[in-house]
Structures are given as C-alpha cells and as structure tokens.
Ligand binder design. Structure first.
Ligand code: ZN
Length: 272
C-alpha cells in the first residue's frame, strides 16, 4: 500500500467524515479470484450452458427444474469457497470500526465481506451460503469451510455439489438458494434498509467500489449523496455511469485504494 497515494485534496475532504456508506460489486471479489458474471471467462460464459446460465438461474427454471438451477448455483458457490477476502474487504471492515455510523451495500453473494468482519451489511442479492425450503419455509445454511465452524445440522456443500442435485429439507421439500434469481424482485426488507441507511439521511462519505452494473439502487445513493453535498468516491479502474458526478474517481484496484482511505480515516480518529 505504501506506494499508493491518495490525492491531497481527497485527504483534506476526508477530514471530519464520521458516517460512511460503501457499495460494492463484482470488482472487489474479482480481486480475490472470483470470476465476474458477465463477459468472457465470466460465470455467464459457461462452456456448457453459455449465456443460458442466466436462464438456469431464473425463477421459472427453479420451479421447473431445480437441479439445473442448483448446478449453476454450485458453480458460483464453488468459486466462493475457494476465495478469501482481500485487502479491500479488510479495509472496509476497518472503516466500519472507525466510523460512528456505517453501512455496506453489496451486490456480491460470496460471503467475503462477512468473512472479513463487516457487520452492518445489506446483501441486496442475498447470500449463496443460505437456503430456504420451498415447502415449509425453514432456513438453513451450507457449512462454509472458510470459517472452520462446521455444524452437523447444516448442509455439506461438497456432498451436495458431488450429487449435482437440489438439496432437500428434512421435510422433503426442495431448498432454494437465498439469492435473488433472474425474474425475481429484490427483497422488500433490504430495500427498506437501503432507503433508511443510505437515502433518507446520506452518510458524510459514500464510496462505490468495483461495480459497473449500474442498477438504480447503486446510482441513486451516489446521486443523493452528491446532491446533498456529501463526499462521493468511485473506485474502479474503468469509467462508469457515475464517474461524471462523483467528487473523486480513483482509477485503481479496491485492494490499493481502500486501505489508503481506511488509513486516512483512522489517522484522524486516534481514539479508535
Ligand atoms: Zn422444509
């Protein structure tokens, strides 16, 4: 990190920041080796399914052929269990420790923020390690080998992947992944939290990291913060739809820029 310098004007702008919102997309996970969804080599560029992966990960395929949905899901979860949080994830958890108020909105379902120690997380697309029974509605989880805490009542991901079938609840019902599939609405409770924590009273600083898929729920918090006179930062090697109106566009990797921002915020809060 020593060789990455924030602009001096950003150092000055970070002074007095007490509340922080962070929004993350696939870019930060890519730095941990998780393939992004779209584009060549992405999850949707499956050699067997091709872009039919999107069809496999849809609500109607889950209803008609849950084994097919789960085979596509196992690919995502399999990439996640092989990955560990990087310095960007760690820096976000550190920023949460220094801030008086903090919220993290993520599009990622890989659990890397959870592993890095982030606590107040809105995982808007869900978590690939959680499941819900489509019959009795009970929730369950896959054992996450990265945490080392294995509970016998949870599902064994390796065994489920080897079987290549939809896992089942003790009641006999098929489990569905606790992620938002194509053709499904975003969960209302998470949208409500997004409004309460990012839009109704925007934090002093809002950072967008590694997200190029510009959904309204990404653009809006950045726009609202910028028009309320709050500090906005985009961290992305490439320009995006929001680059034109953010106060600072840092063309760098999350693992470079975020530790520098975390250090700047920590320096001015020596009590933490
Ligand atoms: Zn059940």
């Amino acid at each position: 990190m020593g060789d990455f310098e924030l602009p001096q004007s950003l150092h000055l702008a970070l002074r007095g920041v007490r509340s922080v919102g962070v929004i993350t997309g696939a870019g930060i996970s890519a730095e941990s080796g998780i393939p992004t969804y779209r584009g060549k080599g992405g999850i949707y560029d499956d050699p067997q399914e091709g872009d039919r992966t999107i069809e496999a990960l849809s609500a109607h395929t889950l209803a008609a052929d849950p084994d097919r949905t789960w085979r596509a899901l196992f690919q995502i979860a399999g990439a996640a269990v092989a990955a560990l949080p990087n310095e960007g994830h760690a820096a976000i958890a550190k920023i949460e420790d220094t801030a008086d108020r903090f919220v993290l909105l993520t599009q990622n379902v890989d659990g890397l923020h959870r592993l890095a120690g982030s606590r107040n997380v809105i995982d808007i697309h869900g978590d690939a390690f959680e499941v819900i029974c489509t019959v009795c509605g009970k929730a369950n989880q896959f054992n996450d080998p990265r945490t080392g805490a294995m509970a016998p009542q949870r599902l064994d991901m390796q065994a489920c992947m080897a079987a290549g079938k939809a896992p089942r609840c003790p009641c006999g019902g098929v489990y569905r992944p606790a992620v938002v599939l194509f053709g499904e609405m975003l969960p209302e409770d998470k949208i409500a939290r997004l409004y309460a924590e990012l839009l109704d009273s925007p934090p002093d600083l809002v950072i967008s990291v590694g997200t190029s898929a510009m959904f309204p729920y990404i653009v809006q918090p950045m726009l609202v913060a910028a028009s309320a006179g709050k500090l906005t930062i985009e961290i992305n090697p490439e320009p995006t739809e929001i680059s034109d109106f953010v106060a600072f566009h840092i063309k760098a990797k999350a693992g470079q820029a975020l530790p520098a921002i975390a250090a700047a915020l920590t320096d001015q809060h020596p009590e933490h």
